[in-house]
Each structure stands twice: as structure tokens, then as C-alpha cells.
Design a protein. Structure first.
Length: 226
């Protein structure tokens, strides 16, 4: 979950059951109105910034930021999306297949291309970045930051980027990171907390930092699967 002022180490609020009252009923109506407004705002963000298939569902904290063309982000049919999609100012493409799940607090950020196959499950807190984000050279990195702040007219310096391909029927565990240039093969499992910097073979399980193969999925040897 996000770390915010409600965390136990901050204000740590906790509540008992409220007594029914006119004020509580009025507050309930107000909260429902606010929630409906948030839902509408979320859908407006996606409708205006990406191309969506049929029967998709968006979570309460889902969001879409697209500094490119609307068609640079595409979602297939029956996608359940609770995370954040972002195509940055240097370009980028995100293509999500059918019946994909993307969990809370997951960020998919592209300045090259990210492709996710159908029936793939991506848990919460996953980071998928096809770019390193900033220049390696410190002078270029400082100039890039000034462009972002608006104190340098730009353009932004180039950064290292490479496409990411996540195949169909993949399962990515929570709090994992998938870095630029990686291909995750069909049916693979990325264990929770892994940092993936190399390709993952189909129907294998990887874990660790950097992620390494733990074992092949039993009975899965590249043949046709049920």
C-alpha cells in the first residue's frame, strides 16, 4: 500500500464504528458523489489519452499519462487495470493484450516500446521501465533536469532505451522490476521482488536481484500447452 499520512508510523488513524446520524448519512452521500467524480475523471483520462478495447475495468487509482499520440497506448479487451501507464516526452508505445491484469501501484513507463501479451498477470508494486530515465553523464543529467523544470529551453538529451516484451500468460510477482531491453517468455513466472535485467526463457521461474532461473515449470518444455 502507499506510504502516506495514514500509515501506522505517521498519524496512524484508526476508527471505530460510527453511530448512525443525519450527518453520517449526509457524509455518505457526499463521499459517493466524490467517488463517482473520481471514477469519471479516471475514465476521461484514459478515453482521451489511449485506445481501449471492450469491457475494460479501471481501479480507483488507475491513471494514464501520454505525452505522445493517443494511439501510442493501446489496451485490448477485458483488461483490468489498477496501475499507471505513462508514455514520456521522448516518445514511447505501450501495447497491452486481451484479459491482462495490472495491479495497484504498478507503473509501466515507456520511451521506446512495452508490449504485454494476453492473459498476463502483473501484481501490485511492479515497475516496468524501458528506459534508464536520465542521462548517465552528470552534466547532461543536470541539463535534462533543467529542461524538465523549464529553466533550459531544451531539447532534452537522449537516454538509453530499449523495448520490453512480456509474453502471454506471464505472472509477474509484486514489487518486481523489469528493465529495458528484456523479453519475458510465454508462461514464465517472475518471483516477488525480482529485478529482471536479462531475458527470461518461456515456462521458467526466475527470482532474485539480478533475477536468475530457479527452475523450469514442470511439464512445460515448449510443446503446445493446455
Amino acid at each position: 500500500m502507499p506510504v502516506n499520512r495514514s500509515h501506522a508510523y505517521a498519524k496512524g488513524n484508526i476508527y471505530g464504528r460510527p453511530k448512525p446520524s443525519f450527518v453520517s448519512r449526509l457524509a455518505g452521500k457526499l463521499l459517493r458523489y466524490i467517488e463517482n467524480a473520481r471514477i469519471a475523471e479516471t475514465w476521461d483520462a484514459f478515453d482521451g489519452r489511449c485506445v481501449m478495447g471492450n469491457d475494460c475495468f479501471l481501479g480507483p487509482n488507475a491513471w494514464c499519462t501520454n505525452l505522445g499520440r493517443r494511439e501510442d497506448i493501446t489496451l485490448g479487451n477485458r483488461v483490468y487495470l489498477r496501475g499507471l501507464l505513462r508514455c514520456g516526452g521522448r516518445g514511447g508505445h505501450i501495447e497491452i493484450g486481451d484479459e491482462v491484469y495490472i495491479g495497484d501501484d504498478t507503473i509501466i513507463s515507456s520511451e521506446s516500446r512495452v508490449t504485454i501479451g494476453s492473459l498476463t498477470l502483473i501484481s501490485h508494486g511492479v515497475q516496468i521501465f524501458d528506459t534508464i530515465g536520465h542521462p548517465v553523464d552528470p552534466d547532461e543529467r543536470a541539463r535534462d533536469w533543467r529542461v524538465v523544470m523549464g529553466t533550459d529551453p531544451g531539447p532534452r538529451p537522449a537516454v538509453s532505451s530499449a523495448p520490453i516484451v512480456i509474453g502471454p500468460r506471464v505472472w509477474v510477482g509484486f514489487n518486481s522490476t523489469i528493465m529495458r531491453g528484456v523479453t519475458v517468455g510465454e508462461g514464465a513466472i517472475v518471483a516477488a521482488g525480482s529485478v529482471v535485467v536479462n531475458d527470461v526463457a518461456p515456462f521458467t521461474i526466475v527470482a532474485g536481484n539480478p533475477a536468475k532461473m530457479v527452475k523450469a515449470i514442470p511439464g512445460r518444455n515448449g510443446e503446445e500447452h493446455e
